[in-house]
Design a protein around this ligand. Sequence first.
Ligand code: 4GW
Ligand code: MN
Length: 353
Amino acid sequence: MEIRDTFSRRRCYILAAFSFVFTFLFGWYGLKSSEWHPSIIFRCTVNNTSDDIRLSRLDLLSDVRLDRMVYAKPDVLQPPRTDVLTITPWLAPIVWNGFYNRDILNAQYHQAGVRIGLTVFAIKKYVIFIKDYIETAEKFFMVGHKVNYYIFTDRPNDIPNFTLAEGRSLSVLEVPGYKRWQDVTMRRMQMIRDHTRDRFVNEVDYLVCIDVDMVFSEHIGVEILGDVVGVIHPGFFGASRKAYTHERRPESAGYIAVDEGDFYYTGCFFGGAVEDIYKLTNFTHHAMLADKAKNMEALWHDESYLNKYFLSHKPTKVLSPEYAWNNYYGSPAVVKVKRLLHVDKDFKAVRSN
Ligand code: 4GW
Ligand code: MN
C-alpha cells in the first residue's frame, strides 16, 4: 500500500513536471510563432488572431505568403520612374503605375482581412450608369478582397440584379432625389456621413466613394487604401496654383487663396478609413450648409469643399490621375494606364430630370 502510494505520487510529480514544461514551452512558442497556427494547414496567410480560423474561399484564394515571396529588391539608386512626383512634401505617397508590387500589397491586406465599402449614387436618370459601373468593378476593383457595394438611389426598382464574386455583397439604399442637380451631387456628403455613422462603420474598414458616370478599365486594388485619400484631377496635374479652379471668394466656406493649395483634387473619387470618411463628409456637409445660410454655393460644389478639407487635412495617400481619367484630356505620356474612365455623358438623356 505504502509502496503503491509512493509510486503513484512520484508518477504524479513527473507528470506534473512534464506538463508544466510542455505547456510553457509550446504555449510560449505558439504565441511567438505562427508556425503552429492552424491557418498554416489551410495555406492561409500568416496571422495570429484566433478568428483567422474562420476560413472562407476568399482566404484560400490567397496563396501568397509574405514570409516566402520572391521579387526584385527595391533599389535605392534606381527609382522605377523619374518623370513624376511620387511623394508629397508631407511625405504621402502619390500612387503611379510602376511603383508598387501588387503581390506584396495583396498579401499584406489579406493578412489584415481588409473590408472595403464602395459608395455610389445613382439618382434619377443616372441609374443608367450603374450596370456598367458594377460589372466593370467586378472585373477590376479590389479583386480577391472583401467588398460591399452601397448603391444610393431614389429608384431602387431600376437597379438590376448582379452576380457578384465570392466575398462581395451589394446593398441598395433608398434616398431622396433632390430637385436641384447641385443638391443631388452635394447632398452625397450628408448621406455618406449618416450611413457611415449608422452602418458602414460596423461593416467595413475603408470607404471608397466614386461617381457613377465612370467605368473601371484596369486594376484598382489595395494600393489606393489609406486614412485620407484624394485623387489628382486629370485636367490639372500640370497646372499652376493660379489655374486651379478653387473657390476664390473669401466669404465662402470653400475659399482657398491663390497662394495656397497643393493639388487640384477631383470630386469624383475620394476615400479613406471609415472614421476619416465620417470626418471628411461631416466637414464638407457643414461647409455647404454654412454657404447655403449665406445664400452661396462654392464654384464646383462638393468638389470645392473637398479641396478645402484636403488643405487642412492633407491626404495620407494621393492617387495619380490614372485613377480618374477622362479621354477628353487625351493620352499624355505620364499616364501609362487609365484605370477609371469617365463615361461620355449624353447630357440630354441624363440631365433633363
Ligand atoms: C445636371 O443636370 C446634373 S444631374 C448634374 C449631376 C446630376 C446627377 C448626379 C444626377 O442626376 N444623379 C446622380 O446620381 N448624380 C450623382 O452625382 C452621380 O453619382 C454622379 O456621378 C455625381 C456627380 O455628378 P456628375 O457625374 O454629373 O458630375 P461631373 O460631370 O462633374 O462628373
Ligand atoms: Mn462624374
